[in-house]
Structures are given as structure tokens and as C-alpha cells.
Design a protein. Structure first.
Length: 317
């Protein structure tokens, strides 16, 4: 297995730069596999720990450090996914993947307080189609093996022979896993809405919410729209999805009445137009949307404070 950052590199070079250069690739891979930035960072840290635990001679014997790191990180993520299923069954309410801000607003969750510095570019997630919230939610419905096989092959373009070494299955079995995952993605896919249209619809939704205009909110929502909230048992929120345009609109107005002074900001969430709600200058909710035509079909509202650290440390209006 070779990785993009290794292309054209002289194999006789010291491997330190090769190892360091893989960090961004590993973070991008681990986030897609786990849906959690905190877990992705832990997985990558564990990967590097295992690398540096080897002797210099052992490291030099590895022909492709990037390939070794990718293999180890993927296997760690596969193990995490297995245990995460049990943890998420005990999770209070719905579990939603961790939302990510636009790279221009990125603040590393590992730096804190007012003196926080922008994260190193290697820690930034590339915000493409494979990290939009709708896509990540579908990934959550897959088995760990399906998810790993699909992400490695369809997103990162690794051949099935190499995926098989990571997943511990035959290439044919990995091909079937990826195919099954692909069918899930296709079944959940909705017609694409142009970026300008998405932004305009989210802006109209924001303005209707601010005006407490139930009729306007209902008009922007699909009749069968669903809103799912994730508080993780740490903050108050609905534990089950709110279904139907009228019920969602009524719930949103209820929220506004309970939290006077709530500020809504238009922000990019996982590469798509979204909203951030702040109260007393603190980010309390990050909302991602799925749209079909000129209606909102899904809203994912993340309120769990542990998933909002990159946002709470960068509360710019």
C-alpha cells in the first residue's frame, strides 16, 4: 500500500518527514471512520504511539511508513467501531456525528481558552462530500467492516487487496462489504441542491425562526421532515426525533420562548450551509440540514457540549 504523500519520495530518505506528513491523511481517514473528532484524534495518537514504540531498526525495515500508519490507524478504528456500538446503545438519546466548522473558523479542541491558536493545517478535516452530515449518518447504520471497507476503497481509493489486509477478510468479501455499503448510500441519497439554494433556504429558515413565524417555518419544511437532537444526557433536549413540519415548527418556537436572547448565526457545518445557536455568547447548538428541492427534510441539532468544543472556542459573530 502506498499513500498520496509518499508519491515520488526517495525510499532512502529518513522516514521522519514521511511519518509527520501522514497526520492529515490519518485524521481525515479516522474522522470518516468514526464520526467523532475526539475519537479520531485518539486513534491517530495511538497510531503514532505504536510507531515510536518501535526501534529505529524496526522502523527502517518498513518500506512504506505511510502505508503502515494507515493500516494501523484503520485497524484501531475498526476496533473502536466495534466497541462504539455498545457505547452508543447506552447513549442518552440519539447519537449524531460530531459537527465540524469550516476550515476558516477551525480552532483545535486541544487548545483552550481565549488564547487558543488556529489548529495546524495537518489537523484540519478536508470538507468534501464524504463528511456532510447526511453521509455520516448513513455510515452510522453500517457494520464496522462495511464502513471501513467502503471508506478505504470508495473514498480513499485503496484497492480491495490492501483493504483485505486491514479488515482481515478476503478481497472478494471486502468487495461485497463495500457494495453493501454503497447500496445504503444510494438508497439514502437525495437530489443535490445547488450551494446557493442551500444557503438561501437555510437563511430563510433562520429568519423565520427568529421572527417566530410558524407558518413560514412550516412552509420551509417538508411535510414529513424530521429533526433529531443530540444532547448526550448532558443538556436538555428531546430524546426522540421530532417528526412533521408543524411539530418541528412548534418545537422551535418553544425553544425560542425558553431561551430569550438566542442568537442564530449562518455557518458552514461539515461543508454545507448550517446554523449555530449561541446564548450569552456561548455556542449551545450546531444544526446541519438535508434538503430536497426547496424544502428542508432533515435537521440534525447537536447540543452535546463535548461535541461542540471546536465551536465554543471560536464563538465569532
Amino acid at each position: 500500500m502506498s499513500t498520496p504523500s509518499e508519491a515520488g519520495r526517495d525510499r532512502s530518505e529518513p522516514d521522519l518527514s514521511a511519518v509527520v506528513d501522514e497526520r492529515r491523511q490519518l485524521i481525515n481517514l479516522a474522522y470518516r471512520l468514526l464520526g467523532s473528532l475526539a475519537e479520531a484524534e485518539d486513534a491517530v495518537q495511538e497510531t503514532y504511539t505504536r510507531w515510536y514504540a518501535m526501534s529505529r531498526q524496526q522502523q527502517q525495515a518498513i518500506e512504506s511508513p505511510g502505508a503502515w500508519l494507515t493500516t494501523v490507524a484503520s485497524r484501531i478504528c475498526l476496533d473502536v467501531l466495534g466497541s462504539a456500538r455498545a457505547r452508543r446503545e447506552r447513549y442518552v438519546g440519539a447519537w449524531i456525528p460530531e459537527p465540524l466548522p469550516d476550515r476558516t473558523e477551525w480552532i483545535s479542541s486541544r487548545t483552550g481558552g481565549a488564547s487558543a491558536e488556529p489548529a495546524d493545517p495537518a489537523d484540519r478535516i478536508t470538507l468534501d462530500e464524504s463528511v456532510n452530515m447526511a453521509f455520516l449518518v448513513v455510515l452510522e447504520s453500517m457494520t464496522p467492516a462495511e464502513r471501513v471497507a467502503f471508506i478505504l476503497h470508495d473514498v480513499f481509493r485503496y484497492p480491495f487487496a490492501e483493504v483485505a489486509e486491514i479488515v482481515g477478510r478476503t478481497p472478494a468479501a471486502c468487495r461485497q462489504l463495500a457494495s453493501s455499503a454503497r447500496r445504503r448510500i444510494q438508497a439514502a441519497r437525495t437530489p443535490a441542491v445547488p450551494s446557493a439554494g442551500q444557503a438561501g433556504l437555510v437563511r430563510d429558515f433562520k429568519e423565520a425562526w427568529e421572527a417566530k413565524d410558524i407558518k413560514a417555518l412550516v412552509g420551509l419544511l417538508d411535510r414529513d421532515a424530521t429533526m433529531t437532537a443530540d444532547g448526550g444526557g448532558m443538556v436538555g433536549t428531546v430524546l426522540r426525533p421530532v417528526e412533521g413540519s408543524e411539530r418541528i415548527a412548534q418545537y422551535l418556537i418553544h425553544i425560542s420562548d425558553k431561551a430569550p436572547g438566542l442568537t442564530l448565526l449562518e455557518r458552514t457545518v461539515n461543508g454545507r450551509p448550517g446554523l449555530v445557536a449561541q446564548h450569552s455568547g456561548l455556542t449551545v447548538t450546531v444544526a446541519a440540514f438535508s434538503l430536497t428541492g426547496n424544502r428542508i427534510t432533515r435537521i440534525w441539532a447537536v447540543r452535546n457540549p463535548e461535541k461542540l468544543r471546536p465551536w465554543t472556542e471560536n464563538a465569532r459573530s
